[in-house]
Design a binder for this molecule. Structure first.
Ligand code: CA
Length: 240
């Protein structure tokens, strides 16, 4: 009779975790624990190398130290989100202050862990963040009745696929990444056209008009709201 109880380990083999950390000892420790749990692990020792590894290596999750040479953890996080990359990021830091936590989350991190931490805590956070962002949803955004696939560049309102031109798609994507927030013309211009804003240009107004028409606002309800001096906001029709 076999009396041993086996605890089934989750199958983490397909999950690639990138550790960006300049302290070799910490990296080594986390790496060993994660490999023991079955994760695939890659490492980077500074911000620049880490950012490159995120862009080229497409990890499933990033453990990002705040204090890094060349490019700080916050800067890495911000640039990743500017790339419209939704990869889950857990920031790791020695700084234990509310302000730093909030700052990290503002830059688009998914969670925060303060050094020193227990391995079990780290593993639990990793599982939680991965659960929240399942792989198959990577690259898609949704808000209200809008859905957008960033990789295949497909957008829908309800069941209907929207016939968007390239800039219209990019503009909608920026709104969907920043819902329920007023976005200035300058912000939108820099995100979509990518060069310095020309103050008198009415290109934003023109494209907002195109987008509104393609979103069928007249029949399906208003999504893009305007406020003089503040800019434009993506908001559900019934939300005040
Ligand atoms: Ca460090």
């Amino acid at each position: 009779m076999n009396m041993t109880t086996t605890v089934e380990k989750p199958d983490n083999k397909e999950t690639k975790v990138l550790i960006i950390e300049d302290e070799a000892q910490i990296t080594r420790l986390i790496e060993l624990e994660l490999k023991y749990e079955g994760y695939e692990v890659v490492t980077a020792t500074d911000g620049v190398e880490g950012l490159k590894s995120i862009r080229e290596g497409e990890p499933d999750l990033v453990l990002l130290d705040c204090m890094l040479p060349n490019l700080s953890g916050e800067e890495v996080c911000q640039q990743v989100r500017d790339d419209s990359d939704n990869v889950p990021i857990i920031m790791i830091t020695a700084k234990d202050s509310i302000e730093d936590r909030v700052k990290g989350l503002d830059f688009g991190a998914d969670d925060y862990l303060v050094k020193p931490f227990a391995t079990e805590e780290l593993l639990a956070r990793i599982r939680a963040v991965l659960r929240r962002k399942p792989k198959e949803q990577a690259g898609t955004l949704s808000y209200h009745d809008l859905w957008l696939d960033q990789f295949n560049r497909v957008a829908r309102r309800g069941e209907e696929v929207l016939e968007l031109r390239s800039k219209e798609f990019s503009l909608l994507r920026v709104f969907m990444m920043n819902p329920e927030k007023y976005l200035t013309r300058e912000f939108l211009f820099n995100k979509v056209w990518g060069y310095d804003f020309i103050g008198e240009s009415n290109v934003i107004e023109v494209y907002i008009r195109y987008l509104r028409s393609k979103l069928k606002e007249k029949t399906l309800g208003k999504l893009i709201h305007t406020k003089r001096g503040e800019g434009y906001m993506l908001r559900k029709p019934d939300l005040k």
